[in-house]
Design a protein around this ligand. Structure first.
Ligand SMILES: C[S@@+](CC[C@H](N)C(=O)[O-])C[C@H]1O[C@@H](n2cnc3c(N)ncnc32)[C@H](O)[C@@H]1O
Length: 232
């Protein structure tokens, strides 16, 4: 979640960050297991995202429509043909909606799906985009038994503990991406981008394609992607 100058959002952001920090601390010292950590983190995110009926805030982004587009549109740089697209961690479905529109502007038709761990957020996404309610799944990406494969799968690596991030890349490529599909990671920035490159290398994908965009505030966003067919 980005920081905010709006008092309500600032308060929600600080409350969520403090709950997340406490969960990470309890997980690091072995007081809770990964499932409990994830429940606590995604409950904290849902509490913050659901304070306002704002599509971008409800997706964990604090900024106007132009900044959102500058920070997120690069996801569709990885799209090179029509196909199916899974957004892992899809909170309120707004990125799903935007990806379909932005791809269409480039001449590609995407059938978009989402996966979300938080029940409250998955419900919100189904309510906001009822036409896609059957395309919004609920669960932890680590154990997601996908009913189908997707031509494009987008994820964040931060959804799993650091020690499982390279494994997540391998698992999604093996179990969820179609044989001629692509796994997309990001948008990410700064140290998280450097870490993502290292995790791709550990996962046996040393040379992912990378697209980068600097927004009007000077922040640079990156997405990385690999073709399943290119991975041994
Ligand atoms: C930062 S948000 C939104 C990402 C969004 N698609 C975007 O970039 O605009 C991340 C979402 O991932 C969900 N999430 C976190 N860990 C997850 C996991 N292990 N499995 C599924 N969803 C997860 C959270 O509940 C949250 O809604």
């Amino acid at each position: 979640m980005d920081s905010s100058l709006n008092p309500d959002r600032r308060h929600a952001h600080l409350a969520a960050q403090s709950a997340i920090d406490a969960s990470e601390k309890d997980f690091a010292c072995g007081a809770i297991d990964e499932a409990t950590r994830l429940d606590r983190v995604t409950d904290a995110l849902a509490s913050a995202y659901l304070i306002k009926d704002d599509p971008r805030w409800g997706s964990g982004f604090d900024g106007d429509a132009e900044l959102w587009r500058q920070a997120r549109e690069l996801v569709v740089d990885a799209v090179a043909r029509d196909g199916t697209f899974l957004d892992v961690g899809c909170p309120n479905g707004h990125l799903m909606e935007c990806v379909a529109v932005w791809a269409a502007e480039r001449g590609y038709r995407l059938v978009v799906y989402g996966l979300e761990h938080s029940t409250a957020l998955a419900r919100t996404a189904r309510r906001r985009v009822p036409a896609w309610s059957d395309q919004i799944f609920e669960g932890d990406v680590r154990f997601f038994q996908s009913p189908r494969r997707f031509d494009y799968v987008r994820t964040g690596l931060e959804y799993v503990p650091a020690g499982q991030r390279a494994w997540l890349i391998e698992r999604l490529l093996r179990d969820v991406v179609s044989p001629d599909g692509r796994l997309i990671v990001g948008p990410t920035s700064g140290g998280d981008f450097e870490e993502a490159k290292a995790k791709f290398e550990t996962a046996g994908c040393p040379d992912p394609a990378i697209s980068s965009v600097t927004d009007r505030l000077g922040k640079t966003h990156h997405v990385l992607w690999v073709e399943r067919a290119s991975v041994a």
